[in-house]
Design a protein around this ligand. Structure first.
Ligand code: DAH
Length: 393
């Protein structure tokens, strides 16, 4: 049933006996009105007389006292509406009437562009005529009308955070390196001193990939960016200062803090006489740049197979300044990354002599950094492509 037919019936006849249906009916009418208004604007008119005529026709169709759509709605929907629905119908009707004010001829006409080469539907069938050039090129079309705006995209919040982090380390003389997302078991695990018995080798965490022609599961979707440490050491040797921003994959069930794909940033510094003091100094500099100059750091002993000693670094809570709040679970600290002194086996696997060189490394989740930075509590939001979420950044 089209709108013309619907407005000739009462709400009861239309089966509109609750708020939801009534609102949907009014929404349909509003949408139709707006579509017709937009149609007139985008269609334009050949000259002012035609423009006035078209605007008047649209106004009369909707606003005429006799036989106008809004009058019919007053007559058939509002007046006979049952008492319990009347306030709602009245409100919706008033909103419709207010929206209808935009159909007043003078207001409408100012939005309809005059297009000298405009051909009405009736003319469209005739042979094409050469239109004489307008004497005054500025007069028409109306150049004072706003142009058509195309919405510009913007960088994804995680990309923004990755770029910012890269910027901080580039300033310190680090290079950026990438590696393959489909990685060999050797680079992802063995070369990093992760023995086959380590829980990270468990199927639960790792997504294995069968490569064409191979019988065993020799490849994985890299579970971290650490394999690029080995690849870069092989490629460049020492000294080496690099960060690795990139995608990683885990066989995790998606929830507010887990995604099957997320982003990490790995860091590696290898040189003569590198000590834990270099690690602390550099990471302290980094978090002060990223979270603000008042940020404090805390290092706690931890374990990673590829670093010895290993540490977990936390920053003072950016939300409460360390006093304790919901964000830091009352502890005053938020853990953000793993780090440590590069294990001698790892240097050796990268072709670097651990007797001559030492190094420190770190790895953290960039999505988590973006969540902390922007107060996002669900990682899934980053990957749902919902413009209402993304356009806030
Ligand atoms: N690769 C570790 C992970 O995914 C993170 C990590 C911890 C990287 C310590 C490092 C490091 O380079 O030193 O959980």
């Amino acid at each position: 049933m089209n709108i013309e037919e619907k407005i000739q019936r009462t709400l009861a006849e239309l089966g509109a006996d609750n708020a939801e249906i009534v609102q949907a009916l009014f929404a349909e009418v509003r949408a139709a009105m707006e579509a017709e208004r937009q149609g007139l604007i985008s269609g334009g008119a050949a000259n002012d007389a035609e423009r006035q005529k078209a605007c008047r026709a649209l106004r009369d169709r909707w606003l005429a006292r006799k036989n106008g759509i809004i009058s019919a709605i007053d007559e058939h929907w509002l007046k006979p509406s049952p008492r319990e629905l009347k306030p709602l119908v009245g409100r919706a009707f008033n909103e419709l009437r207010q929206a209808g004010a935009e159909l007043e001829v003078s207001q409408l006409a100012s939005g309809v562009p005059i297009k000298p080469d405009h051909r009405s539907a009736a003319q469209a069938g005739e042979a094409t005529q050469v239109q004489p050039a307008s004497a005054d090129p500025v007069a028409a079309p109306d150049l004072t009308l706003p142009g058509a705006h195309r919405a510009l995209g913007s960088l994804h919040p995680v990309t923004q955070v990755l770029r910012e982090i890269e910027g901080i380390f580039l300033e310190l003389g680090y290079r950026t390196e990438t590696g393959p997302e489909i990685e060999s078991v050797y680079y992802n695990f063995d070369a990093l001193n992760i023995p086959e018995t380590h829980p990270a080798r468990d199927d639960w965490d790792t997504l294995y990939v069968k490569l064409p022609g191979s019988k065993d599961n020799a490849a994985v979707l890299r579970t971290h960016t650490s394999p690029v440490q080995i690849r870069a050491m092989e490629k460049y040797g020492a000294p080496l200062y690099l960060i690795v921003p990139g995608k990683v994959y885990r066989h995790d069930n998606p929830d507010a803090s887990h995604a099957t794909m997320f982003h990490q940033v790995e860091g590696l510094a290898v040189d003569r006489d590198i000590s834990f003091a270099d690690l602390k100094g550099t990471l302290d500099f980094f978090v002060k740049k990223f979270f603000g100059s008042g940020t404090r750091t805390r290092f706690q002993p931890s374990f990673f197979p590829f670093t010895e000693p290993s540490a977990e670094m936390a920053v003072s809570c950016w939300a409460c300044g360390g006093k304790g709040c919901g964000v830091c679970k009352q502890s005053g600290w938020v853990e953000i990354m793993g780090c440590g002194m590069v294990h001698p086996f790892v240097l050796k696997n990268g072709g670097i002599n651990p007797k001559r060189y030492s190094g420190w490394a770190f790895g953290f989740g960039a999505d988590r950094m973006a969540m902390i930075r922007y107060g996002v509590t669900d990682i899934q939001l980053f990957y749902q492509s919902d413009v209402r979420f993304l356009e806030q950044f």
